[in-house]
Design a protein around this ligand. Structure first.
Ligand code: XIL
Length: 312
């Protein structure tokens, strides 16, 4: 069978996977290199990973992923710069004035984006800024700097690497709903103000049976604003144990998601959040659920893998 990445290349689309840098050897590394034309570090570029103590940096795993991607002709999606989660304790527990917080944020962006300047295709600059009702999430950043932290972060990222596509990424924004509409309005306003914004990332952490019926329509409305769209963290979780009927339904739903992206020119592509069930965050985060990725724990392709191939 033709690798997914060849099928995606022929359509000008991304087919990516989140990866764990330390696992990029053996079968895991072979599949990551053979099947995917893009990689996203699952954790390695988060603030707590790269600067666990203030001023003390650890780029080892992030570098490893970027080097692996370059050796295999793959794009890298940087993930993620400004978020409320997986920040180092020194940052979370500190007491900062607005000026200090702004400086911390823009220095972090300059350091990390600057380190990989010219080598990363895209950055998830701001992650998960919204609540479900479309109000802003009350984070360290929002509470300290107001909603304009988003524009400031994007501007700092553009300055640090003018060639990277800059995204805002969130979950539960796949269908047309209050949260995705808030994101839509934000992107429209940023564009109107001339703030650098190139795309929106739809994480797409789905539950079996819950592909939003408005997925393609929602992708299209963002595209019509003049930004790219990417499915950035696709997985479809199932109550364990998953039976063969559920795996077949999951395959149909993977196909639906890939089809929706392929149907819209400005949809850059689809990234799965781990390609194997042995490297998925789902069982840890949603106890009793899993089997969410296209390969099983032993690296055997599941029906979802074949559905992705057929949709590409
Ligand atoms: C997850 C990782 O996969 C886990 O290993 C980690 O323990 C928690 O974070 N949305 C995101 C990702 O943007 O960064 C998250 O990744 C999954 C949800």
């Amino acid at each position: 069978d033709e690798p997914l990445r060849d099928l995606a290349d022929a359509k000008g689309k991304v087919i990516g996977t989140a990866v764990t840098g330390s696992k990029l050897t053996g079968t895991y590394g072979e599949i990551a290199a053979r099947e995917f034309n893009a990689l996203t570090p699952g954790n390695a570029m988060k603030w707590a990973s790269v600067e666990p103590a203030r001023g003390s940096f650890d780029w080892a795993e992030a570098d490893r992923i970027v080097d692996f991607a370059e050796a295999n002709g793959q794009q890298v999606r940087g993930h993620t710069l400004v978020w409320h989660s997986q920040n180092p304790d020194w940052l979370t527990n500190g007491t900062w004035t607005a000026a200090e917080l702004r400086r911390l944020m823009t220095d972090h962006i300059a350091t990390e984006v600057g380190r990989y300047r010219g080598r990363l295709a895209t950055w998830d600059v701001v992650n998960e800024p919204f609540n479900e009702d479309g109000t802003y999430r009350q984070t360290l950043w929002y509470n300290g700097l107001g909603a304009d932290y988003i524009a400031e972060a994007l501007t700092a990222a553009r300055a640090a690497d003018p060639s990277a596509k800059l995204y805002i990424n969130d979950y539960n924004v796949e269908g047309v709903n209050a949260k995705s509409t808030a994101l839509y309005n934000l992107v429209r306003d940023l564009k109107a103000r001339g703030v650098p914004i190139d795309g929106v990332g739809l994480q797409t952490h789905l539950i079996l049976g819950q592909v939003p019926s408005t997925l393609q329509q929602n992708i299209q409305r963002f595209a019509d604003l003049g930004v790219d769209v990417a499915i950035t963290e696709l997985d479809i979780r199932i109550d364990l144990p998953a039976d063969s009927a559920e795996l077949a339904q999951q395959a149909a739903e993977y196909r639906q998601v890939v089809n929706a992206c392929v149907a819209v020119d400005r949809c850059a592509g689809v990234t799965v959040w781990g390609f194997t069930d042995s490297d998925s965050w789902i069982p840890d985060t949603f106890p009793g659920q899993g089997a969410a990725t296209p390969y099983d724990e032993n690296y055997a392709p599941k029906p979802a893998y074949h559905a992705i191939a057929e949709a590409l």
